[in-house]
Design a binder for this molecule. Sequence first.
Ligand code: BEZ
Length: 325
Amino acid sequence: MQLRKLLHALLIAAGFAAATTASAKEMRLGLIVPVTHQWSQAAVAMGEELKQKSNGKYSVTIFPAGQLGNEAQMLQQLQTGALDMAFMTVAEVTNRVQDFGALYAPYLVKDVRQAGMLLNGPTAQKLLERLPREVGAVGVGYGVASMRLMLTSFPAQNAADLKGRKMRITPFPPVRDFYQMLGAASTPMPLTDVYDSLANGQVDGVDADMELIWRMKFYERGQTLLHTNHMMFPVVGLVSARLWQQMPAADRDLIASTAKKHLNGLFETYVAVEREMLKNVQGTKVKVVPADPSFFGDVLKQWEAEWLKRTPLLADLRREAAALK
Ligand code: BEZ
């Protein structure tokens, strides 16, 4: 009798374990940034919380530093279901849905805190709703990188110094237009190639941010940091729409809310990270030149006129941004 009871208990335990394993889902999440980058750290923290809150049903394995390919390739993998999740630059999404380009309006927000408020506002949130239909992935929330600035390998004081210079850009239209209007030779290039290209003169400068300049050691190849803070640089959490369709509603809610929490956490994180990285860069040989909108002269008006033609959402975002404190 005792033995039968024991066997029965063992069978139940084994069955439960098998059921849990069978329904457990390891989500593969891709990023192009290195593992030390704040986006990767946010993804790891999200995975840990998800695992704990789902009692092990969901876990997340991250593939940083473009291990799964570039963002265009990762977006395709999300569409086919070969990849489950990505923390991706909105730059890549803009290559598919032009309206997202309005988020890169120069001086739309003054800092990462305001970026957070605008990205959680009605226009940016409505943009997320279009992603399943237009890119085959579900947008679960935004985060941000630090504000954009420029590092040059030559002494620079004003925007005229950029004319004719080869400036590395993230390849997407709003930034390409901006540098063309500045008279620079915009040179599309992934992050991984920037350090060597600055060293061997393939580019004379980079459009980047304070974290990249410090953590990827670009400052070693720079002379001037133009501290312009000229654009925000959002990241979006994407889940494969194929995977999403197969999930129970409660699981979707859990994944969406956990991802959003950790992505949104970046707004606060970068207030401190920017301060710390600026201090680090100030301790190097790089000359930090503060700059405000007047640095760019008429280029800001030109950019605005061009992009108001491309997307009506720019006017909406400007209105929302004007109301931010
Ligand atoms: C960039 O292309 O500059 C970039 C990419 C990912 C995160 C931050 C910046």
